[in-house]
Ligand binder design. Structure first.
Ligand code: LR7
Ligand code: MN
Length: 469
């Protein structure tokens, strides 16, 4: 089998030929809520201008009960002159899941292509998506998502290779480079790339296959969670989720959404409850609030899973996303790491840059029991892992120093990352043969954990607590 090891997605996209006569047609569905005029219209015009006429059945705009004046009469008038564009309106606020489904319910194309309402399609974006679905009906295909600058609205594109989607154990969507094993599976730089998850807003799916898979979970409100739910479902129920390196669509990543996203937690819990089996506990451990969140009735979604004879989450992790480290979470060895002498103080780590998890010092902070920055796991490899997010960080001590600094974890724990949590609660750093102690900071207020000669003080005793009593 030919193996392609060079860069992915190159000028060769321009040479790709499409089978226009036989490709399925598509309905492009764009749900919006209180979107600005310019970004919404830019999306619509870019679809019309970059898509071959014979492939587009219609463009369906779904107004999710917006209250902005410019989206009423004025929008209807503007669109009435455009070929193929239909505007439908929800009669109450539905949230993006049910708004998209409203669009899907009137769609006449063979393929549903969903877009957010602040996008710009790039020349040639549509053909690769439809060609792929023509070849394989159970493929759900995403374009590469390019960046449109939030201040200047300039189309910035994407530096480097396309990335694939993952998630961390808080059920937050993450981006990753294409792993080696997928690279080796690709036969050419313009092959589709398998992706464990999708960002959620931009994808094409056969209408028939979408219905077979159970479309969306209509119990999800407003925003969030539906992207991972759909990703898990696609894979576990026999489909594939892919990114096509030749299809590019720009998206505006705003600093703040024009609406509140308070329903996101319940949506994620629904996804976990239906698809993650016992692995949902790893999520709850890292987000104790999620366990208390009312999430409604998921029995129909569980029935769907049974009816489609979908595979379990273990299969998904092992086969589709083996790059994700699965925590051990041994009872009594995860949660807040609390000091006995200071009582209310816990290990806390809050890296200033969301994208750079390593390099900073662990501090002590009032225990809050909310998981997140105070969630640590003590592993059988003797690491203290900070593994709410990706990539995972491990507590380390650089030779000759006494501070606890986060480094990236490694496959085999290096000696400076090994601690022995002993029966009496002492936390012994094996390499330096010293103990971790809660110590008052030299400057400023508060406390930090530092290495000290081992004594019998309670300030050197530590214990894990899963949550606040
Ligand atoms: O109540 C609502 N009703 C709506 O119709 C809330 C939103 N919407 C519309 C909204 O106007 C927009 O067109 O739904 C679309 C998505 O909402 P955004 O743009 O506020 O979401 P986002 O881009 O911040 O979030 C990403 O994750 C979401 C999880 O629910 C959705 O799946 C979004 O579609 C998704 N966006 C993308 O995948 C684009 C790339 C972003 C990344 C990474
Ligand atoms: Mn968006």
């Amino acid at each position: 089998m030919p193996v392609y090891a060079g860069p992915i997605g190159t000028l060769r996209c321009k040479e790709k030929k499409y089978d226009y006569e036989n490709l399925p047609t598509t309905s492009v569905i764009i749900a919006f809520y209180n979107e600005a005029w310019s970004t919404l219209l830019r999306t619509v015009y870019s679809v019309l201008e970059t898509s071959p006429d014979i492939l587009v059945e219609e463009v369906i705009l779904v107004d999710d009960y917006s209250d902005k004046e410019h989206l009423k009469e004025r929008l209807a008038n503007e669109l009435s002159g455009l070929p193929k564009v239909r505007l439908i309106r929800a009669s109450k606020r539905e949230g993006l899941v049910r708004a998209r489904l409203l669009g899907a319910s009137v769609a006449r194309g063979d393929v549903l292509t969903f877009l957010d309402c602040h996008c710009e399609c790039h020349e040639g974006w549509l053909e690769p998506l439809l060609q792929r679905i023509h070849e394989e009906e159970s493929a759900v295909v995403c374009p590469v998502i390019d960046v449109i600058d939030w201040n200047t609205f300039e189309y910035l594109g994407n530096s480097g290779e396309p990335q694939i989607g993952g998630f961390d154990w808080r059920l937050v969507f993450t981006w990753h480079v294409v792993p080696e094993r997928d690279r080796l599976r690709m036969k050419s730089p313009i092959d589709v790339i398998r992706s464990p998850t999708m960002a959620g807003g931009l994808f094409a799916v056969s209408k028939k296959y979408f219905e077979y898979l159970g479309s969306y979970d209509t119990g999800m409100e407003v925003w969030g969670g539906e992207n991972l739910e759909f990703s898990f479902r696609i894979w576990q129920c026999g489909g594939t989720l892919e990114t096509h390196p030749c299809s590019h669509v720009g998206h505006v990543f705003p600093k703040q959404a024009p609406y509140s996203r308070s329903k996101a937690l319940a949506n994620s819990v629904r996804a976990a409850e239906v698809w993650m089996d016992e692995y949902k506990e790893l999520y709850y451990h890292r987000n104790p609030r999620a366990r208390l969140e009312p999430y409604g009735d998921v029995s129909e979604r569980r029935q769907l899973r049974a009816k489609l004879r979908c595979k379990d989450f273990r299969w998904f992790l092992e086969t589709v996303y083996p790059e994700l480290h699965v925590p051990e979470d041994r009872p009594g060895f995860f949660g807040m790491l609390q000091n006995k002498g200071l009582k209310e103080y816990c290990f806390d780590y809050n890296p200033p840059d969301e994208n750079q998890v390593s390099g900073h010092q662990v501090i002590l902070y009032a225990c809050h029991g909310m998981g997140q920055n105070q969630f640590f796991e003590y592993t059988s490899q003797k690491e203290i892992r900070y593994n709410t997010r990706q990539p995972e960080a491990c507590v380390a001590v650089d030779a000759g120093t006494d501070a606890l600094i986060m480094h990236l974890c490694e496959d085999t724990a290096p000696d400076n990352q090994k601690f022995l949590l002993q029966e009496d609660g002492s936390l012994f750093h094996e390499q330096s043969r010293k103990c971790v102690q809660a110590v008052r900071k030299e400057v400023g207020n508060g406390f930090v954990p530092l290495l000290r000669d081992c004594t019998n003080t309670d300030h050197q005793k530590w214990f894990f607590k899963e949550r606040m009593p």
